[in-house]
Design a protein around this ligand. Structure first.
Ligand code: CTP
Length: 416
């Protein structure tokens, strides 16, 4: 799938001296794979860690270090590169260059180019913890953020010195997500609050056992990521997931259907679009034993009585009838038979705007798979059968359909 946000964008990737410069090679590769045009500028110190040739090979364009070498007929490269850029990424950003940027110094190609840009900066600091926590560095970081720079990290972990602490450069995927977040500003869902549920709820039998299902949470995570990329403020209410909550998404971890229901209902007054992608257990053990259930000699069977869980989207429909929020509610129907008829019945029963019908018996589609073949059913009777596609692409189609239905902003709802 083409990367709608990064494809064809001109990214100026700046690399300063630090061991994390090796990770910038991965970042450069990921940007190129996403379809971006990447110009690389390095400081002299950065070239001590990774050769410019590495970045020239990955980007397909000559990496630049020197202000004074005329390259490709461009006598003033910093002005030309600054004018062409849609976004600047500095990764890793050393304490030294961070200070220079905050002060507006222009003493090498990298700092001169950045001073000449008028596009957003994504900065990924990387340094020893004491340098990062130093009040001088903190003041410079605050001043850059106040001027609109987006700082990603640094994270906590093992540093070049071997010590553990804060100062580790954010991972390339996080920096990439931050770059997407910048391009997402002003997207079709900008200023809208989207809540997505994901994962299979866990219903405890005793302190060490629970009933759950085969949901991986991949579809819900893809929805949260794409909603973020369309500019929304996103909350992901999720049962335990096999993957991390995406960068820039507010994760709310729950275990049981009742916890998920409470978390969703609590947020309803702020939710404009709700997407129920979680596989919610319809039943839970009537009692969760306080101690581990032990088998007794000769015991051949164990009977567990299950009781109904709340229907989260059903509860949402009741509240929505009074408040009008969320403006758009999307559900999923994972079926093993009579896909469209069952999905249409759920669409009506849960008073949804859209239901995403998914035959989970189809190989390569549904639970745990990377792809999905779904049909969108709309409350007005329209149906849209989509071909087998990646879950991110399905998410894109679902969110575009939801956005097209509208979705009042909170302020609009409160004013009415
Ligand atoms: N859902 C929910 N609360 C539940 C069960 C499901 O909000 N207790 C939501 C799911 O997140 C999904 C939709 O309802 O968006 C359909 O879920 P599904 O389990 O397929 O439908 P059920 O209503 O549970 O019907 P059944 O299990 O009988 O097929």
């Amino acid at each position: 799938m083409t990367d709608q946000l990064l494809s064809q964008k001109n990214i100026l990737l700046c690399i300063t001296g630090g061991i994390a410069a090796y990770k910038a090679a991965d970042l450069c590769s990921k940007l190129v794979q996403a379809g971006a045009h990447v110009d690389v500028v390095m400081t002299e110190a950065a070239t001590r860690f990774v050769a410019p040739l590495t970045f020239s090979a990955l980007s397909g364009r000559a990496a630049r270090v020197d202000m004074w070498t005329e390259a490709g007929g461009q006598p003033i490269p910093h002005v030309q590169m600054a004018a062409a850029a849609d976004l600047v990424i500095v990764a890793p950003l050393s304490a030294n260059t961070l200070a220079k940027l905050a002060l507006g110094l222009a003493d090498n190609l990298l700092t001169s180019t950045l001073l000449a840009t008028h596009v957003p900066w994504v900065l990924a600091p990387a340094m020893e913890s004491h340098m990062w926590s130093n009040a001088i560095t903190q003041a410079h970081a605050t001043s850059l953020a106040a001027r609109g720079a987006l700082l990603v990290g640094p994270g906590e972990g093992r540093l070049a010195s071997g010590a553990l602490g804060v100062g580790r450069m954010a991972e390339p995927v996080e920096i990439l997500a931050a770059a997407r977040a910048v391009f997402a500003r002003g997207g079709p869902l900008a200023g809208r609050h989207v809540v997505v549920t994901a994962g299979g709820t866990q219903e405890p039998l005793d302190p060490v056992r629970y009933i759950t299902n085969a949901s991986s949470g991949k579809m819900g995570v893809a929805l949260a990521e794409v909603a973020r990329d369309l500019g929304a403020d996103v909350t992901l209410v999720h049962a335990p997931l096999a993957m991390p909550v995406p960068y820039g998404v507010d994760g709310v971890r729950v275990y049981t259907a009742r916890q998920m229901c409470d978390a969703v209902l609590d947020r309803l007054p702020q939710t404009e679009i709700l997407i129920g992608a979680a596989a919610v257990a319809d039943f839970r053990p009537a009692e969760a034993a306080s101690q581990k259930i032990k088998k007794t000699p000769g015991q051949e069977a164990l009977t567990v009585r299950l009781v109904r869980n709340p229907d989260i989207l059903g509860e949402v429909a009741t509240r929505r009838a009074q408040t009008g929020l969320p403006a758009v509610v999307v559900g999923f129907a994972a079926e093993t038979q009579d896909l469209l008829a069952n999905a249409a019945a759920k669409l009506a029963a849960k008073r949804l705007d859209i239901i995403v019908a998914n035959d989970v018996t189809e190989p390569g589609s549904g639970f745990g798979a990377d792809d999905n073949r779904v049909t969108l059913l709309f409350a007005d009777g329209r149906q849209e059968a989509l071909p087998l596609m990646g879950k991110r692409e399905v998410a894109w189609r679902v969110l575009q359909a939801a956005a097209a239905l509208g979705g009042r902003t909170r302020q609009e709802a409160e004013a009415s």
